[in-house]
Design a binder for this molecule. Structure first.
Ligand SMILES: [Zn+2]
Length: 129
C-alpha cells in the first residue's frame, strides 16, 4: 500500500488524526499525525521495516509502545516533525525500552506543567494522550 493511503499509524495501529502527507522534494517520505505517537515522518524503507517487525502485534506487546515512546521523545522541544529513516528505525528497535516508573512520573509532571495554566485546574487524560 502507498504510504499516503494509510489510515492507521504504522507504529501503533491507531487511526490517524489526519491522512498522511508528503512534504518537500523527498518522494519516499510520508508524514503521520497519530494521537498516540505524535507527529513524525517515516521513510518508505523504515515503514517496510516496521511492517516486517509487525510492531502492532508482537507477542509481548512491548515493541510498539517502546518505539512510540522513542518517537515521542524525538519530538520533545522540536518544532519540526522528526524524520525516522531506516537507520533510525533500526537503532530505535535495537535500543528502545519503555520508561521506568520514575521516568513516567517525571513525564507526567512535565506534561501537567505544559498543559495546565494555573494551580487547581484540571485536565482530562485519555489513553491516547
Ligand atoms: Zn501511533
Amino acid at each position: 500500500m502507498n504510504q499516503l493511503e494509510a489510515r492507521e499509524c504504522p507504529i501503533c495501529g491507531r487511526r490517524l488524526t489526519e491522512p498522511p502527507s508528503s512534504r518537500g522534494r523527498i518522494a519516499d517520505v510520508a508524514y503521520y499525525s497519530c494521537p498516540h505517537c505524535g507527529q513524525y515522518g517515516l521513510t518508505r524503507q523504515a515503514a517496510v521495516g516496521l511492517v516486517r517487525l509487525d510492531l502492532s502485534h508482537d507477542s509481548q506487546g512491548r515493541r510498539a509502545p517502546a518505539f512510540a515512546y522513542a518517537v515521542r521523545r524525538m519530538q520533545m522541544g522540536q518544532q519540526e516533525w522528526p524524520l525516522v529513516d531506516r537507520e533510525t528505525a533500526e537503532r530505535i528497535i535495537d535500543s528502545a525500552v519503555l520508561p521506568s516508573v520514575k521516568e513516567q512520573a517525571d513525564n507526567l509532571i512535565r506534561w501537567l506543567g505544559d498543559n495546565l495554566f494555573s494551580p487547581g485546574e484540571t485536565e482530562s487524560v485519555s489513553d491516547e494522550t
